[in-house]
Ligand binder design. Structure first.
Ligand code: NAD
Length: 498
């Protein structure tokens, strides 16, 4: 598959005006395997203007939902038709094991299909009648696309995060300028190629690659953008919200977390170990919803920890393209340095590294780190409080349900939380007590396109996926009609008019 190094703007592949590039580095080998275009403000301006024309003049929002759905389904088919190739590209760019990448790409296609279905439903329920107490009026609410959406995404699920934003935005009738993360832009460029092949009208989807501080900043500052949709870190999320505040742009944010996983003593230990591992080692722990704080009832703590360490030490580490690998390299040198620094800081704060914490033996190159389990982590230390965004889990015992819930909720984040218990009533009670936007019972991480996704507290604003994801890109307009039998008669009295 050819690596693209241009920007996709207004249905054309364009070189960036200033000609800059960013290197593409394979995190498994540290080799430079290509380059992407580094867009600047000038390129972003052309892209936003193209999206504006497609929205204001060329009629994308005027198409019926079913017509837009045809394009979305064609994109889904296009992704599936080259699923393995795109998954391979994702591995080269991001480092994740191939089966995970393959799953992501299938999910991305499914996301386009799902929003095609919701686009069709917009035709079936174009308006909602609002019953009014005053029978001199009728009123209805109609939903219309917001306009041009500026979408900015992170590097951990490159194509999937693009799909989570592009699919609902196009379904709603918005046009899009998308900026993928500079570390992982290759599959978003493939999405552009597929959109082009299926004949998506020019300007409806524009993809600009480049640095966040340059191309990203230009999108969030552009007056022609009506809505900002962002997934990424808290500090950048704050900047985006501030930029949105200046122009009263609509904004939705999906930020980080430090999500808890509470395991009660009636849980099956083998099941618990499996889900704890899935909750933190999947995608090398570079998952916003990773359950990185595990609380285990003291009655089973030692036994569970022993099994967790055994199984964690067995995880096959390696190049994501190699057979049987379940843990690839971290995405970049910077990420590797940040995660290893966080482990060292935890050690300094008094935590015990019971397994991992170092490079695996035999790996001289690549950003590889052994999966890491920390115990005795002080509750006020960064390791317990801050997102590490790597394969690092903190685990501690608890005595009572009350204590577990309190510890779980003691965080400025509120993205996700998980509970494991064979007592259904208890599991539901704890699920209700969690202050988090996503709660898993007897599992951790499974994510469904149909269900709402997003965080409480500093983990974000708004919800993606499901019908909530479509709402992110729609305005609501009320249309009220006067049907009274006589004149309104406030200024012009009926007698005077006669
Ligand atoms: P990041 O915030 O550094 O970057 C995210 C995106 O923002 C990138 O495309 C980047 O180029 C862009 N960006 C950076 N500075 C910008 C600026 N000034 N203006 C506009 N855009 C700018 O985050 P990251 O390091 O790519 O991703 C990791 C973070 O993302 C983690 O904190 C993680 O929790 C979070 N995340 C959250 C979710 C979720 O669904 N809640 C999903 C994935 C990742």
């Amino acid at each position: 598959m050819k690596m693209r190094r241009e920007l996709y703007i207004d249905g054309k592949w364009l070189r960036p005006i200033k000609g800059g590039t960013c290197p593409v580095i394979n995190p498994a080998t540290e080799e430079v395997i290509g380059a992407i275009a580094a867009a600047t403000e000038e390129d972003v301006d052309i892209a936003v203007k193209a999206a504006r024309r497609a929205f204001d003049r060329d009629g994308w929002p005027k198409l019926s939902g079913s017509q837009r759905a045809t394009y979305l389904r064609a994109i889904a088919d296009g992704i599936r038709a080259r699923q393995a190739e795109i998954a391979r590209l994702e591995v080269l760019d991001n480092g994740k094991p191939f089966p995970e990448a393959d799953w992501d790409i299938a999910d991305a296609a499914g996301c386009f299909d799902f929003y095609a279905g919701l686009a069709e439903q917009l035709d079936h329920h174009p308006e909602e009648t609002i019953p009014l107490a005053d029978d001199r009026f009728t009123s209805k609410a109609v939903r219309e696309p917001i306009g041009v959406a500026g979408a900015i995404i992170p590097w951990n699920y490159p194509l999937l995060m693009a799909a989570w934003k592009v699919a609902p935005a196009l379904a709603a009738g918005c046009t899009v300028v998308l900026k993928p993360a500079e570390l992982t832009s290759l599959t978003a460029l493939e999405l552009a190629a597929i959109a082009d092949e299926v004949g998506l009208p020019a300007g409806v989807l524009n993809i600009v690659t480049g640095a966040g501080s340059v191309a990203g900043q230009a999108i969030i500052d552009h007056k022609g953008v009506d809505k900002l949709a962002f997934t990424g870190s808290g500090p950048v999320g704050s900047r985006i919200m501030a930029a949105a505040a200046r122009d009263i742009k609509r904004v939705s944010l999906e930020l980080g977390g430090k999500s808890p996983f509470v395991v009660f003593d009636d849980a099956d230990i083998e099941e618990a170990v499996e889900w704890i591992m899935f909750g933190i080692f999947w995608n090398q722990g570079q998952v916003c919803s990773a359950t990185s704080r595990v609380l285990v009832h003291e009655a089973i703590y030692e036994r569970l920890l022993g099994r967790l360490v055994d199984e964690t030490n067995k995880i096959k580490i390696g190049n994501g393209l190699d057979e049987g690998v379940l843990l690839g390299p971290l995405v970049s040198k910077r990420q590797y340095e940040q995660v290893t620094a966080a482990i060292e800081a935890a050690r300094q704060a008094g935590a015990t590294v019971v397994c991992g914490g170092t490079r695996p033996e035999g790996f001289d190159r690549g950003y590889y780190l052994r999966p890491t389990i920390l115990t005795d982590v002080p509750l006020n230390s960064d390791a317990w409080v801050e997102e590490i965004f790597g394969p690092v889990v903190c685990i501690r015992p608890f005595k009572t349900e009350e204590e577990a819930v309190e510890l779980a909720n003691e965080s400025r984040f509120g993205l996700a939380a998980a509970v494991m218990s064979n007592d259904e009533v208890r599991a539901e009670r704890v699920a209700a007590a969690f202050r988090a936007g996503i709660v898993w019972i007897n599992c951790s991480q499974p994510t469904f396109t149909e269900a709402p996704w997003g965080g409480y507290k500093e983990s974000g604003i708004g919800r993606e996926l499901g019908r909530w994801g479509l709402d992110n890109y729609l305005e609501t307009k009320q249309i009220t009609k006067y049907v009274g039998k006589s004149s309104w008669g406030w200024y012009i009295k009926q007698e005077a008019a006669e």
